[in-house]
Design a protein around this ligand. Structure first.
Ligand code: ATP
Length: 327
């Protein structure tokens, strides 16, 4: 099957800033793909390159196998969902959704029909006559999506679409977006700096740093088998320790061990508790393990030793992931 989007050696530099630097990337048709990374790592620039708002300085982009060079944004089979505050509050929902068609000179009846169809796709049939300003945050978000869907794209680009929402609505919209994407069967490319959001929503995640992709994989790959210290630290918190100390590999290599995988075990090895913090569902223990700082997340129902006391700990060696050489 042809991939939805491919990058081969794509770079986009702004003066001395290597916003996107020699990136190779394949996004499969129909997948929910997240671009995750810290601020300034090049995610938005990648999205703009796919949309056609930016041109690469080097390399090649293809969309469904066709070279994107020289193809303007409106002919690319891709559409961007802008944050919901980009809606016109004084206009009704139908006119907001149909705005792009009006700009392109499409007649009123055809515009309205297309808008109603797009609204039905996001489960807002019958909302066309409402003013955008009267909608809830979640509804506005769906209108913003309908505004992209009206152009019948095969790839939908979303740049931090949930960034402006409060936590509860954000979690609800994550589920909604995910289920809409499944129902519509379209490719979604989603930019976020929130690891939990990427882990819970995406089929695959690309982790960006300084204009480069450090790792691409499923949520489980990225979380369980981070290729480098950067990915281990950025995606959730992790213990990074020498592989030989973790009992899992050769000296000179680093290993990642997630805090929830460090277990209290009377038959385990000795460590000293340096700090303890109650977090509701878990207790976070900071340990000194032979000079190496280690974090353990212990389920709240377990008794935990006091700071200064000795803790005995163990882990399943299968939970230790040895990272790439030099990582
Ligand atoms: P954020 O999460 O903060 O949006 P990002 O990962 O999306 O960050 P980009 O917006 O792609 O990062 O920016 C990557 C780098 O390129 C940054 O250093 C940014 O300042 C720079 N940059 C992006 N667009 C331009 C531009 N038009 N002119 C100059 N520099 C730019």
């Amino acid at each position: 099957m042809t991939d939805a989007v491919t990058f081969r050696g794509v770079s986009r530099h702004f003066g001395s800033v290597k916003a996107v630097d020699a990136v190779d990337l394949s996004i499969r048709d129909g997948e929910f793909f997240a671009m995750l990374g810290p601020s300034g790592s090049g995610k938005t620039t990648c999205l703009r390159l796919i949309a056609g708002f930016e041109q690469p300085d080097a390399g090649h982009i293809a969309i469904f196998g066709e070279a994107a060079e020289g193809v303007p944004p409106y002919r690319r089979n891709v559409n961007t969902v802008f944050q919901s505050y980009a809606l016109f509050p004084h206009m009704n929902v139908r006119d907001n959704v149909a705005f792009g068609l009006r700009v392109r000179g499409i007649g009123r009846a055809a515009r309205h029909r297309a808008a109603e169809e797009a609204l039905a796709q996001v489960e807002l049939a019958g909302f066309g006559g409402r003013r955008a300003g009267e909608l809830s945050g979640g509804q506005r978000q769906r209108v913003a999506l309908a505004r992209a869907l009206i152009n019948k794209p095969r790839v939908v680009l979303l740049d931090e679409p949930l960034g402006a929402l409060d936590l509860k609505l954000r979690e609800q919209m994550q589920e909604e977006l995910r289920s809409l994407q499944r129902t519509l069967g379209l490719t979604f490319v989603f930019v976020t700096h929130d690891q939990d959001e990427a882990l819970s929503m995406a089929d695959r995640i690309a982790v960006f740093a300084e204009g480069r992709i450090r790792q691409v994989g499923s949520a489980e790959d990225i979380y369980r088998r981070p290729s480098s210290r950067f990915v281990a630290d950025f995606v959730g918190s992790s213990n990074v320790l020498p592989a030989d100390l973790a009992g899992a590999g050769p000296a000179g290599r680093w290993a990642s061990l997630r805090p929830e995988d460090v277990l209290l075990d009377p038959a385990g090895r000795e460590a000293t508790v340096t700090a303890r913090a109650f977090h509701g569902r878990v207790t976070k223990l900071t340990l000194d393990f032979g000079g190496q700082a280690l974090i353990a997340l212990v389920p709240a129902r377990e008794a935990v030793p006091e700071p200064g006391a000795t803790a005995r700990i163990s882990w399943d060696p299968a939970r230790v992931h040895v990272m790439e050489p030099g990582a």
